[in-house]
Design a protein around this ligand. Structure first.
Ligand SMILES: NC(=O)c1ccc[n+]([C@@H]2O[C@H](COP(=O)([O-])OP(=O)(O)OC[C@H]3O[C@@H](n4cnc5c(N)ncnc54)[C@H](OP(=O)(O)O)[C@@H]3O)[C@@H](O)[C@H]2O)c1
Length: 256
């Protein structure tokens, strides 16, 4: 019997690549998305069993629905990828507070709610691997995405701390920090009129997912998702003063 992986945000972008590559590595997939397109996942991954789950993770009901669907399978869970997330571009002066609150609900609150259920199950199993998609934005101030970056910093710190707690249960936690990646992400964030708006120069989501999964199965604490240039930028980010990084980031994120 195949292993089982639960992946949020599996209908598109990095999450779809995680699902595709986990299927290649012999995993059945429980994949979550908010819209109808998650129901296309079984046809895209015909060689494994796929359970598509349509749910809005930004709500408590959505998280509860996802968990009840997974529990109903009555199976051990081998891999969990907490990956779904979004951004919102623009000056904080102008952005809509309700949209920001919704992003916090998805990027932080839902992750904590789902992680609570996941870690209890994996600890009981004394087995499992958790991959948390955060971002290289966790390593820098993110002007013109001023709430998004802190949501990713929260998840990076959460992943590193949780990893230490879960050691004694035989459960690993790995944070994936993608650099800018060619998905719908920045368009969805309303950032079409920024440098981030073009996908021409960004990382391939397949490469980002592969680096995340290689690190996950090697039991590493975190990994940068992207090419050599992206990985060099991450090293530099750890050295530069915050205000220098803020000015650099704004060049790419400020609306033209
Ligand atoms: N792309 C980048 O440049 C980049 C860089 C660094 C980090 N990241 C991180 O990578 C992760 C994935 O981003 P991506 O680029 O792959 O984005 P994406 O292509 O826009 O995909 C987002 C995925 O999340 C799902 N989703 C969105 N809102 C949801 C909700 N309320 N409930 C459940 N599912 C929801 C979407 O489902 P639907 O298809 O149904 O909408 C989709 O499957 C995010 O956590 C992001 O912070 C991305």
């Amino acid at each position: 019997m195949n292993k089982l992986a639960l992946i949020t945000g599996a209908s598109a972008g990095i999450g779809f690549e995680l699902a595709r590559q986990l299927a290649e590595r012999g995993h059945d997939i429980a994949g979550v998305g908010v819209g109808r397109r998650i129901h296309e996942l079984p046809d895209k991954l015909p060689h494994v069993q796929v359970l598509p789950i349509q749910a809005d993770l930004a709500t408590e009901e959505g998280v509860a629905h996802v968990w009840s669907e997974v529990e109903a399978l009555g199976r051990q869970i081998d891999v969990v990828a907490l990956n779904a997330g979004k951004s919102l571009g623009g000056a904080f002066l102008d952005t809509d507070l309700a949209e920001e609150e919704q992003m916090i609900a998805l990027n932080i609150t839902s992750q904590v709610r789902l992680a609570k259920r996941v870690v209890r199950k994996l600890a009981e199993q004394r087995h499992g691997r958790i991959l948390i998609t955060t971002s290289m934005s966790a390593l820098t101030p993110t002007p013109y995405e001023s709430i998004y970056g802190p949501t990713r910093a929260f998840m990076f710190s959460f992943a590193e701390g949780l990893r230490q707690e879960m050691r004694e249960y035989g459960v690993t936690v790995t944070a994936l920090l993608p650099g800018a990646t060619a998905t719908d992400f920045h368009q969805t964030a309303g950032m079409g009129n920024t440098v981030f708006g073009s996908n021409d120069w960004k990382n391939d989501p397949a490469l980002v997912a592969r680096r995340g999964l290689d690190a996950l199965f090697a039991g590493r604490d975190h990994v940068i998702g992207g090419d050599a240039k992206t990985r060099r930028a991450a090293v530099v980010n750890k050295l530069l003063p915050e205000q220098v990084k803020a000015r650099r980031f704004a060049k790419d994120s400020k609306p033209s």
